[in-house]
Design a protein around this ligand. Structure first.
Ligand code: ADP
Ligand code: GN1
Ligand code: MG
Length: 401
């Protein structure tokens, strides 16, 4: 029997709903038709929402002796879920084979896709796309980092991922979201959205729009370097925010990267910058008190050092030169994306019921937060460059910026 089925939820609502149950209602439960594609539903003990991702709906499906992760793929964000699954399958198989070769436990060192009873990589029910994965129970994720030890582990996971995928052909992967980290392209989209201003919201964020516009000439350094082949196109994860890295509850060591929805061709700079964005911040992405926004140089140094330990043999000097810039760019880009989405009516980063009620301007709040953080990064470019150089020297890299 499912612990949280729709009927029971309704009953609970009547007897007073707490916020958690409210979220369960809003994220709805997994339709029986989906569960039946994978399991004998009679054996399921519990289905409940899990994690804090912005994109997919994630659930735990609990059995007496094991647990699975089930996710409804956000079809608004990913037009072609088959392409998403193809990329995940290719990349996780590659990582798994390497890990088995190295004697690592393949069950905890990358995602394992569970096929349906009919051997399909996902199932489609009522035009919705669902997938299932092994739940890596040993792992936990952090929305914010306060401990340099944990952040070093995140850095090792991101760097090791890039090293492992260095020999993998980028052409095997499909672009699941075109122009994902093409910041100038995203800026042009931002301009169009501001021009149309279909929700009449541009007046609410004049200062932020001005700040974004004031940076327009500074956005193409990575895409241009890629286009002109001054830096290599590599497989990149493209969404290395810290809660996409599993850390072992037992050992405190990084287990693996998860959330491979955006894995495709790109630059290692995207992954370096994006991991620092939240990881080296002293406030979360949801902080509304802008006076609390800032960066921790200690965390920045810990991350950069551990990251370079992993990638020092593959990173080129042209990439090294763009490290600090990528930290600014990834932070600015996501701030601009939150702002664009706010102006456009929250169509991408959709609000859940709780946010609709309590934080209807959450995308604007996140935009202000991330844009302010990007300004702080820019203002501290010199200090950050100095730290990168110290880390390069420590890692015996023959070049400094
Ligand atoms: P989103 O794209 O919405 O961010 P994620 O794939 O990152 O979705 O999943 C959301 C959260 O669920 C993660 O941050 C993590 O805490 C947890 N999670 C996802 N997959 C697994 C897994 N296989 N094992 C353990 N935890 C997982
Ligand atoms: C989304 O899926 P999640 O929550 O890990 C987004 C990222 C943003 C991030 C901002 C596919 O990441 O690009 O940087 O939110 N993912 C997608 O927190 O758009
Ligand atoms: Mg995620």
């Amino acid at each position: 029997m499912l612990k949280y089925n729709a009927k029971e939820n309704k009953k609970k609502k009547k007897i007073g709903v707490n916020m958690e149950l409210n979220n369960i209602e809003e994220k709805f439960l997994i339709p029986n038709a989906v569960l039946k594609e994978y399991f004998n539903v009679n054996n399921i003990l519990e289905v409940r929402p899990y994690g804090n991702g912005h994109i997919n709906n994630t659930f735990l499906v609990v059995f007496p002796t094991c647990t699975y992760i089930m996710q409804k793929i956000n079809n608004n964000v990913f037009e072609n879920p088959f392409a998403v699954m193809h990329n995940i399958d290719e990349v996780t198989n590659h990582i798994r084979k390497n890990n088995i070769y190295d004697g690592k436990d393949p069950r905890t060192t990358t995602l394992t896709i569970i096929l349906t009873r009919y051997n399909q990589i996902m199932c489609i029910v009522d035009d919705e796309y669902w997938r299932c994965m092994r739940f890596i129970e040993e792992g936990e994720t952090f929305d914010q980092i306060t401990d340099t030890k944990i952040f070093k582990e995140v850095a090792h996971a991101v760097g090791a991922f890039q090293k492992q995928l260095a020999g993998f052909h980028t052409r095997v992967l499909v672009d699941t979201i075109a122009h994902f980290h093409d910041t100038p392209y995203r800026y042009n989209h931002f301009k169009d959205v501001v021009k149309i201003d279909r929700m009449d919201r541009a007046t609410l964020c004049k200062d932020e729009i001005k700040y974004v516009n004031s940076n327009k000439n500074n956005l193409d350094l990575i895409v241009k370097a890629l286009e002109e082949k001054r830096i290599p196109r590599r497989v990149s994860h493209n969404d290395t925010k810290v809660n996409n890295v599993l850390i072992s509850k037992k050992t405190g060591k990084a287990l693996c990267l998860i959330d491979f929805d955006t894995v495709m061709k790109g630059s290692l700079l995207f992954d370096y910058g994006d991991a620092l964005r939240l990881g080296a911040a002293i406030a979360t992405e949801d902080e509304t008190d802008l006076s609390k926004i800032g960066i921790s140089f200690e965390l920045f140094k810990a991350f950069t050092n551990a990251y370079l330990e992993e990638v020092k043999d593959i990173i080129t000097k042209e990439e090294v030169e763009l490290l600090v810039y990528s930290y600014f760019l990834m932070t600015f880009e996501v701030g601009m994306r939150f702002l664009t989405d706010f102006i456009d009516g929250d169509t991408y980063f959709r609000l859940n019921n709780y946010d609709k009620k309590h934080r209807p301007y959450i995308n604007l709040e996140r935009a202000k937060n991330q844009l302010k953080l990007s300004k702080i990064i820019k203002d501290n470019e010199k200090e950050l460059t100095k730290i990168v150089n110290e880390c390069l020297i420590k890692n015996n890299y023959e070049y400094t910026i």
